[in-house]
Ligand binder design. Structure first.
Ligand code: AMP
Length: 404
């Protein structure tokens, strides 16, 4: 489905008045817990707060459903009861809890819910039917609420009972929450309506995991920066010496094909020209700056070098729409994080100057958070796998179910 069409038929919370209605909201409260079962990162709870507040302020009530971890049946350590206090603190409203997401107890708790109140259901994945996308399990969940709201982008690529199958029981009464709508709009801003020049920066370890994305987005781009471990498959394919750098030999033809296609489509591809090379894969090993195609035997490139950083900065500063997926080096080790940090700074500066920047999918999100860029870019996606599949051009089942 074309994204512009998608946008015009997208029903969001603003299309509904929740007065005296029970909003059944699929959220992603799959949050990290420490050994004392305390929530160590509340981002996922914060990000659905506007959706919850809107339904309560309309005069409705909220039934929140989520999974937590990968339990095998009922396992106390995966109980959502551990997070009740944190949800209360973040939302600022008392949260009731029911220890089964279906059955008599859940129905009672939902029936007793008054306007302005919040009920959190126990972990959906305590029932294997959730992941199986079981229709009768979804139907039982659907009985708890009047309007179904999906605000869990992190699971929108899964056809699970609560993310997708349930929507059929709300033929008209279903919509996207604010978070999911924002995710869809930010992808659309890059893929469809983005102001030119449009730049994608793809880094990370392997070409093989990014190839579908490259094929899908190439038509939309003016510039493509390729960095990280992917670099070396491209450099070796063009005859360069990459020493012991990471390389997928069986993807070299593919790399050449991408370069050919990019040329045909008038996309300028930018690879690092120099790298920080090391003689061992650890932070304290010896390093030297070398040309990307002249890496000595026994050495491997783990970050881009100063000339590359400068080139990339100039391209980022010219761009009006920027997509960033994947780090430019092994940023987990401080001595090889400079390329990724400097790129983050450049994107932050371009954003300040008016560019739209989306960071999504996998380790670039981790890098952005680690180095404190999350408020300096336009949007940081909350869904790793879901964002990757969106960039690959796939229609996510959780999104399609609301549109049907
Ligand atoms: P991805 O999940 O594909 O985005 O890959 C992220 C991983 O790529 C990170 O853990 C980085 O450490 C790794 N990476 C980035 N650059 C390199 C490189 N030059 N050599 C090896 N691994 C790299």
């Amino acid at each position: 489905m074309r994204n512009s069409l998608l946008h015009s038929i997208m029903k969001t919370l603003n299309d509904f008045n929740f007065e005296n209605k029970k909003a059944l909201i699929r959220v992603d409260f799959n949050v990290p817990l420490n050994e004392n079962f305390e929530v160590t990162d509340t981002t996922r709870i914060q990000s659905v707060k506007p959706t919850i507040i809107k339904t309560l302020e309309d005069g409705g009530s909220c039934i929140l459903m989520s999974h937590l971890g990968r339990p095998k049946g009922v396992q106390e350590e995966f109980s959502l009861s551990h997070i009740v206090d944190t949800v209360e603190d973040v939302i600022g409203v008392e949260v009731k809890f029911v220890s089964n997401c279906i059955g008599e107890e859940a129905i009672q708790a939902a029936n007793n819910l008054q306007a302005g109140e919040i009920l959190l259901l126990e972990n959906l994945r305590f029932h294997k039917e959730e992941k199986e996308g079981d229709v009768s399990f979804a139907e039982q969940l659907s009985k708890l609420g009047d309007i179904y709201v999906n605000d869990a982008f992190g699971t929108a690529h899964r056809a699970h009972a609560s993310t997708t199958i349930i929507a059929q029981f709300f033929p008209q009464q279903k919509c996207f929450g604010y978070l999911l709508a924002q995710e869809i709009e930010s992808i659309q801003k890059v893929m469809e309506t983005g102001e030119k020049p449009v730049l994608a920066i793809l880094g990370g370890a392997k070409v093989s995991s990014k190839i579908t994305i490259i094929n899908n987005i190439l038509d939309k781009l003016d510039h493509l920066i390729i960095g990280g471990g992917m670099t070396f498959t491209f450099v070796k394919a063009q005859g360069g010496n990459i020493g012991d750098s990471i390389c997928e030999d069986n993807k070299m033809n593919l790399a050449l094909e991408i370069l050919k296609q990019a040329k045909a489509k008038n996309v300028q591809v930018h690879l690092p020209v120099d790298v920080v090379a090391t003689n061992a894969f650890n932070n304290d090993a010896d390093t030297q700056i070398v040309d990307v195609d002249k890496i000595p035997k026994g050495w491997q490139g783990l970050d881009c070098g100063p000339k590359s950083i400068e080139n990339f900065h100039n391209i980022v500063m010219q761009s009006k729409t920027i997509l960033w997926n994947g780090p430019l080096g092994v940023f987990e080790m401080p001595n090889f994080a400079k390329g990724t940090i400097t790129l983050g700074n450049s994107i932050a500066e371009a954003t300040k100057n008016g560019a739209f920047s989306l960071v999504g999918g996998g380790d670039s999100v981790a890098a952005v958070k680690q180095f404190g860029f999350q408020n300096k870019v336009s949007y940081v996606s909350t869904g790793g796998g879901a964002m990757l599949e969106s960039l690959e051009g796939k229609t996510l089942p959780g999104i399609a179910a609301i549109l049907n």
